[in-house]
Design a protein around this ligand. Structure first.
Ligand code: UT7
Length: 329
């Protein structure tokens, strides 16, 4: 019997319409367009003014169903990578199914910060490869504005709101997800986290007064770990699959900082034309960056293209996925 591979058969994004430029942010924190652009590559990001993470996800999923000509009731599993769930529980995936009419799916969230999409994609891949499921939707969605301190210039300039979703289906062709390498190291938690609201610091007047429900990041430390680990894991997946630089058609890197993206591409020996970059338009949308890149570049992708997705995020969590693109647009 031929091996069943899990192929991405469609991708759709959703970005809220409100644009916040670097100049807009410079009106209320001490920063400048020049500083943000030179240190991160970001020019603007999106802001979800009304609605929750599940509303962005529902828009993306409805578009994905239409585009792939799929009936909502045919979806069997939904996996959402997010750190900005609608509520601590029920899961955002659960609410998304209700909002998008996915009445026959079971669903759950994956909390792996900026690695949320590759964790969720790798999980969905296993369900398809097992032969048990035929239609799975994998989402990366974050409304980062709901946990960002707009008085903290070190974090508010980086993050934005956005969401992307892919359809995963079985194929007996050589395309689809070929391999993944995932890591987690919880000893990094002190450098990037939302300290308030969980079981360590349950919500109280004090946690609110100390602004503990917002993202806290030691940027320099995170940068150091991100730049090394994203490059290392991308090189590792190439080596494991005997891929040379010239074999890779696209790198899809997490969009946290243009300098981290450049370092990863250099380590893989890739020229700029092979690297998906949209950080200038959306900033860091956490679990949303990778599917949003695939969506932005979909028309340029060809069946059989060798693609490496790579991410690093809070936890720490990091990893890479190697796949062969399965369709021409
Ligand atoms: O997606 C999850 C993983 N996250 C990441 O990968 C993010 C990794 N970290 C980074 O991308 C970078 O560390 C940042 C973009 C967050 C910061 O860039 P940096 O080059 O590491 O700056 P820094 O933190 O070393 O700060 C340099 C200076 C400091 O001033 P002094 O101490 O030199 O006087 C900061 O106070 O820049 C100052 N600064 C700012 N100045 C203007 C920090 N934020 C700003 C700002 N505008 N927004």
């Amino acid at each position: 019997m031929k091996k069943i591979n899990a192929a991405i058969t469609g991708v759709q994004g959703y970005l809220p319409p409100k644009v916040v430029t670097n100049h807009d942010l410079a009106k209320f924190v001490d920063t400048s367009d020049e500083w943000i652009t030179s240190r991160t590559g970001i020019k603007e990001r999106r802001l979800m003014e009304n609605g929750a993470t599940s509303d962005m996800a529902a828009e993306a999923v409805k578009g994905l169903l239409k585009k792939t000509n799929t009936k909502p009731e045919d979806i069997e599993v939904v996996i959402v990578g997010t750190v900005t769930p609608d509520y601590p529980f029920p899961s955002t995936a659960n609410i998304l199914c209700d909002k998008a009419g996915l009445s026959n799916a079971w669903s759950f969230d994956v909390n792996a910060a900026c690695s949320g999409f590759i964790y969720a994609l790798s999980t969905g891949t296993q369900f398809i490869e097992s032969g048990r499921y035929k239609k799975i939707i994998v989402v990366g969605a974050d409304k980062m504005s709901s946990i960002i301190d707009y008085e903290d210039r070190t974090t508010c300039i980086i993050f934005g709101d956005g969401c992307g979703a892919v359809m995963l289906e079985p194929t007996e062709e050589e395309n689809g997800v070929k391999d993944f390498i995932l890591h987690s190291d919880g000893s990094g938690r002190e450098y990037l986290l939302q300290p308030g609201g969980g079981s360590v610091n349950p919500p109280s007047i004090e946690t609110v007064q100390k602004r503990m429900h917002y993202v806290k990041q030691e940027g320099k430390q995170v940068f150091k770990f991100a730049v090394t680990n994203m490059a290392d894991v991308s090189a590792a997946i190439m080596e494991k699959n005997n891929l040379k630089s010239e074999d890779i058609d696209w790198l899809v890197p997490h969009q946290a900082n243009l300098r981290i993206i450049d370092a990863t591409a250099n380590r893989m020996g890739l020229s700029k034309e092979k690297v998906m970059i949209n950080i200038q338009k959306y900033g860091n949308t956490t679990a949303g960056t990778l599917p949003l890149c695939l969506w932005d570049y979909e028309k340029k992708l060809k069946k059989g293209d060798n693609i490496v997705l790579s991410a690093f995020g809070g936890g720490f969590t990091w990893g890479a996925v190697y796949l062969k693109w399965a369709y021409n647009s």
